[in-house]
Design a protein around this ligand. Structure first.
Ligand code: SF4
Length: 417
């Protein structure tokens, strides 16, 4: 059946909505007088998926035809759904037209495995090359790197795109075998390694030769489906940690499993595990910015994140001996371990205490979330909580729980009052 570009766009934008591994942060590509667009200011462009996640880019598949049959995927070979495939020029033209109309600031392009990994990767690379070198497009481009594709094609893609991503999809080889039998862990890790090494080499090369072409300057990312297989949060965090350490990933994205197929290999979930996804993002944040290791956040005896508390508060409640932390003498890393103190507020505390004695009340002005932090700090020897407060972990846990319940009741009242 013949489809025009608008009809293809309908199908291929809808097919892309379950891929969450896009974010335009990290790119420094600037505009130039002879080209159009600039990714430097952005970090974000403005577009949203149907389920409300920020996608900030024109997010489409090149093709939703796929020769693979992953159990959790709407586009799998065995599903009877409308199919479409763009041409390279159609994607380039759409991106430029949307860009000129100010709808988007960049492109996130993924694809089903159309014909073969090489054919698919070649089309994705050609789209980026057409935009970048023929049309001199300076906006953000994020391409999916296809496992099993020729390394030369992946290199070509990296020389034209800002970011590449390879989806790891599932946490273990066993789960891949069960739900994505056409994929192997090795085939996924291979391009990740190639991209990681390419980025490191390119950085060194550009230090020597400023005009050397850049390779994936906004780094690489990956995506994991959460809740389709039985792995614990600890297994997921261990995997994430090793991806960050081994392949210098910028981001790992977690996608709560959305049941779109009836398949006996999949769990019967009524709703995607959104809270679990949220807690994993919080734990991931702790590993990237707060110096936590996976084995500190969770342990074999406690392998899943607490649904009631964010991972840092849960850690603090399990380590009462590390508290209270004295605001006037604690080092930066110690301050970062206090629930309610973030990177910015820890830096502000260190700067402010050089010049003045801080009172508990001052901390709120600095940006500390006192309703959490007050149970874990002293300020000039004075406890953050009221003087006679019993700081046993059970009491603190109860107080934090009732505090968050009060806050959520107040929010409800505000919403419906
Ligand atoms: S490779 Fe698997 S996850 Fe990707 S589009 Fe094909 S069936 Fe879906």
């Amino acid at each position: 059946m013949f489809l025009n570009t608008a009809q293809k766009l309908d199908i291929l934008a809808a097919s892309a909505k379950y891929d969450v591994s896009c974010s335009s942060s990290g790119s420094r590509r600037r505009g130039s007088p002879s080209g159009i667009g600039s990714a430097a200011v952005a970090g974000c462009c403005h577009s949203w998926s149907e389920d409300g996640r920020c996608i900030s880019l024109l997010k489409i598949l090149f093709s939703n035809v796929c020769i693979y049959d992953c159990a959790f995927c709407l586009n799998r070979r065995s599903n009877d759904i409308p199919r479409a495939t763009f041409t390279v020029d159609e994607v380039a033209e759409l991106t430029l037209e949307f860009y000129k109309r100010n709808y988007i600031e960049g492109l996130f392009l993924s694809s089903g495995i159309w014909r073969s990994p090489d054919d698919t990767m070649e089309c994705l690379a050609k789209v980026a090359e057409t935009l970048r070198f023929r049309h001199r497009f300076n906006g953000y481009i994020h391409l999916k790197a296809i496992p099993g594709a020729d390394p030369n094609l992946i290199r070509r893609a990296g020389l034209a795109a800002d970011r590449l991503s390879v989806n790891i999809e599932l946490p273990t080889e066993k789960s891949l075998k069960l739900l994505a039998p056409d994929k192997t862990r090795q085939a996924i890790l291979h391009p990740m390694r190639q991209i990681g090494e390419g980025i490191v080499e390119n950085r060194a090369e550009r230090k020597k030769f400023r005009k050397a072409p850049s390779f994936a300057p906004a780094g690489q990312s990956s995506q994991l489906v959460i809740g389709a297989t039985p792995e614990s949060d600890l297994q997921i965090l261990h995997l994430t940690e090793s991806l960050y350490n081994r392949f210098s990933l910028k981001r790992v994205y977690y996608s709560a499993y959305v049941p779109v197929n009836a398949d006996s290999r999949l769990p019967a979930l009524r709703q995607p595990p959104a809270l679990r996804e949220h807690r994993l993002y919080q734990a991931d944040w702790l590993m990237r910015y707060y110096g936590f290791r996976a084995e500190e956040i969770l342990t074999p005896s406690q392998p899943d994140l607490d649904e009631h508390f964010d991972p840092k508060t849960a850690w603090a409640l399990r380590h009462p001996a590390s508290f209270p932390v004295e605001i006037h003498s604690a080092g930066y890393e110690t301050l970062l371990r206090v629930p309610g103190i973030g990177v910015t507020s820890a830096k502000r505390i260190i700067a402010a205490r050089r010049y003045a004695r801080l009172a508990v009340e001052d901390l709120q002005r600095i940006g500390v979330v006192l309703k959490r932090a007050r149970f874990f700090i002293t300020c000039g020897g004075r406890y953050g909580a009221e003087p006679k407060f019993n700081h046993s972990p059970e009491r603190v846990r109860r107080e934090l729980l009732t505090g968050s319940k009060r806050a959520s009741d107040a929010n409800q009242l505000r919403l419906f009052g």
